[in-house]
Design a protein. Structure first.
Length: 390
């Protein structure tokens, strides 16, 4: 089965016109790739933090206890569920139970397993402290795959035979691992990879060439060297490299936190929360800032597909500026040209709910979003929605 993962996450004209458009935050509109109105799908009674697709199934994780159909039918699901990718209905045969919040999901390269990270201590009644591997077909906990984290896991990504994880922990099993670790995808065995971060790592993503892991969070140092909120380390050794992106904010005056990261080609995109939200695009090689969009609330999720950057959060009245300086209004979900940062004028769904969007998963058939919203384009669709492709 093919796999597509998010948490967390993935990605012409005249030069003068593009430059002007970048400065002004607007440009000739491009066609949106997805409908603004959601398809009928089941809703969720608590926040959805993570989405990962494996074949015809979409796996979600979060803090919930029930799914509800558009007609009011309910089924119990505890913090983990699988939905049919086409209909959005729950897969009845997949019903594992986690006793705490799930923050991150990732799929194995062969599609046989889905990995979960969070604040749970048991899954299906078996001891699995904040990390677990589950069968994508049955939901059973994978026997022998045991990697116990000492505190919450917030992000994860798979690269080759390794599952990279980040969070708040300082140990995996009895071994010291300070907020970053790597595990063998097949066995769960802890790897020697052991960079360290001074505070929580919230999101991880490999560079397009697979040589580095980009990390984002609210840390100030990595491997003892100053790196504010964003850094990259060698995927093999864990060594910090010279990639030093321009600061997202002034840490002593208005400290922020980077909640999500996406990498597409030569660009790294970050979702910034704090004193006003931002989306920032950095050169993956030099660390220079390519563009920035300012919002009036936290940006909590970013994802890239087919040259479009999708951003979600709890911004409400501003996502960039029009040529006359007025705000571009976007309500918790927006799209922009991934190369220039020019906001898509044709994609402006109205997502209602103060805490907004926390995860975005663009795919060929739909843009899937999760979070703490109550409706999309005035259609009741709580905490999970599928916006079909056009």
């Amino acid at each position: 089965m093919s796999t597509l993962s998010f948490r967390l996450h993935s990605r012409a004209g005249l030069v003068a016109l593009l430059t002007l458009a970048l400065v002004l935050g607007s440009a000739v509109p491009a066609l949106a790739d997805y409908s603004e109105t959601p398809a009928r799908a089941w809703s969720v009674n608590g926040r959805v933090n993570a989405i990962v697709r494996v074949g015809s199934r979409v796996f979600i994780g979060g803090s919930f206890s029930q799914l509800r159909s558009p007609t009011g039918e309910t089924v119990a699901r505890r913090n983990l569920a699988a939905l049919d990718a086409a209909s959005g209905a729950p897969v009845t045969s997949w019903a594992p139970s986690a006793d705490g919040v799930v923050y991150a999901l990732a799929a194995s390269p062969d599609g046989a397993r889905v990995f979960a990270g969070g604040a749970f201590t048991t899954v299906n009644g078996q001891a699995r402290r904040r990390l677990a591997a589950l069968s994508t077909s049955s939901g059973a906990v994978v026997d022998g795959w045991v990697a116990q984290a000492s505190a919450t896991v917030r992000g994860m990504t798979v690269l080759g035979s390794r599952l990279y994880v980040g969070g708040q922990f300082n140990k995996i099993g009895s071994a010291t691992r300070v907020r970053l670790a790597a595990l063998d995808v097949g066995t769960g065995q802890l790897q020697s990879w052991s960079p360290s971060a001074s505070a929580t790592v919230k999101s991880l993503e490999p560079t397009s060439d697979g040589t580095r892991i980009v990390i984002a969070g609210d840390f100030r140092t990595v491997n003892g060297t100053s790196r504010d909120y964003l850094a990259s380390v060698d995927a093999g050794s864990g060594a910090l490299n010279g990639w030093t992106p321009a600061a997202a904010c002034i840490r002593d005056k208005n400290p922020c936190v980077l909640i999500d990261v996406a990498v597409d080609g030569s660009t790294v995109y970050v979702a910034v929360a704090g004193p006003g939200g931002q989306v920032i695009a950095y050169d993956a090689g030099t660390g220079s800032r390519r563009w920035r969009i300012r919002a009036d609330g936290d940006v909590q999720a970013v994802a890239v597909r087919d040259g479009k950057l999708y951003a979600g959060g709890h911004f409400y009245q501003r996502f960039g500026n029009n040529p006359d300086g007025s705000f571009i209004v976007r309500k918790r979900l927006a799209a922009a040209d991934a190369r220039t940062g020019v906001v898509d004028q044709n994609f402006k769904p109205d997502v209602a709910g103060n805490l907004g969007v926390w995860v975005i998963a663009p795919d060929a058939d739909a843009l899937r979003i999760g979070g703490d919203f109550t409706s999309v384009n005035r259609v009741k669709q709580e905490r999970y929605a599928q916006l079909p492709s056009r």
